[in-house]
Design a protein. Structure first.
Length: 277
């Protein structure tokens, strides 16, 4: 799939968490082609500089920023550093996430907390810190009027179709992604008077390292050869194929652009027909 080089995000500053690889990398690449300066906010240090170098090669200025979205001090420091570098923040994509499998009966508090810390707590406090900055950027006259006639920021949260229904083999992950949908709705209402749009996306199966790890954890214990558990999972998708990271990125670019100015509080499934709403 080709990404349109329409420069819909020209001059915008976008923080993309977890953009060192996978879906986040595709979002960073797409946003850079669309003209945005991308902050690579990523915990996996070896991936940060190469991702930022690649994004910069597409014509904008990318900022490598190793950080942990679960650490509130690091979030605040990142917002301050990004503002010091670029002067403003226009877009946040909360993409960083963890997934692992654990049955209901075998769930441990440690596994539960590990996933919530990143997927919902990190997402909430990144949103809060960036939204505070976005609000600070709004002219006083607009704030006093109590309504904005245009968009003053875009927040896009990556949830999952696992957040649409409880999953027996990964309830901690389901809960974290359901929380993302709820946070999206609440944040959208809280930030609507400021003209800040908040929306979410639910992918189903996009072949990233997350699925390689899940296949390795789930298949062999059931006596399946490597890749077979993943293949069976894809077979359950009505369109009978996985999605691509570029398709998720394209939706993010649409929501982050002026084309998405009148959309807020919504959650979109990009899932080959797996969930219907
Ligand atoms: N791949 C899929 O099929 C799929 C389906 C539904 C939802 N999702 C969601 O999409 C998002 C991206 O997933 P992916 O498939 O690209 O997975 P991935 O594991 O390839 O990428 C996740 C990225 O987030 C980073 N990250 C993890 N913890 C972090 C932290 N504390 N601080 C900063 N960065 C952190 C990782 O280092 C990695 O670069 C996740 O939120 C995931 O839950 C993915």
């Amino acid at each position: 799939m080709t990404t349109p080089e329409s420069q819909r995000l020209k001059g915008r500053v976008a923080i993309v968490t977890g953009s060192g690889r996978g879906i986040g990398y595709a979002i960073g690449e797409c946003f850079s082609r669309e003209g945005a300066h991308v902050v690579v906010a990523e915990i996996d240090r070896p991936t940060v500089a190469p991702a930022a170098e690649h994004f910069s090669s597409l014509g904008t200025e990318a900022l490598p920023y190793p950080m942990d979205v679960g650490d509130l001090d690091q979030i605040d420091q990142m917002v301050a550093d990004v503002v010091a570098r670029f002067g403003h923040i226009d877009i946040l994509v909360n993409n960083a996430g963890l997934s692992n499998k654990a049955s209901f009966l075998e769930m441990t508090p440690e596994r539960w907390d590990e996933v919530q810390r990143v997927n919902q707590r990190g997402l909430f406090f990144c949103s809060q810190a960036v939204a505070r900055q976005m609000v600070a950027q709004i002219p006083d006259s607009v704030k006093q009027a109590g309504r904005a006639q245009t968009s003053y920021g875009k927040i896009i949260n990556i949830s999952s179709i696992a957040g649409r229904r409880g999953r027996a083999d990964a309830l901690h992950y389901s809960v974290s992604k359901a929380a993302v949908i709820t946070i999206t709705q609440g944040a959208a209402m809280a930030l609507a008077p400021y003209g800040i749009n908040v929306n979410a996306i639910c992918p189903s199966v996009v072949p990233t390292r997350m699925w390689i790890d899940l296949d390795a954890a789930m298949g062999p214990p059931q006596g399946l050869p490597v890749g077979e558990w993943y293949r069976r999972r894809v077979e359950r998708i009505p369109l009978k194929r996985p999605g691509t990271a570029e398709q998720i990125a394209a939706m993010c670019a649409f929501l982050a652009s002026e084309d998405g100015d009148y959309i807020t509080g919504q959650t979109y499934n990009i899932d080959g027909g797996s969930e219907l709403n």
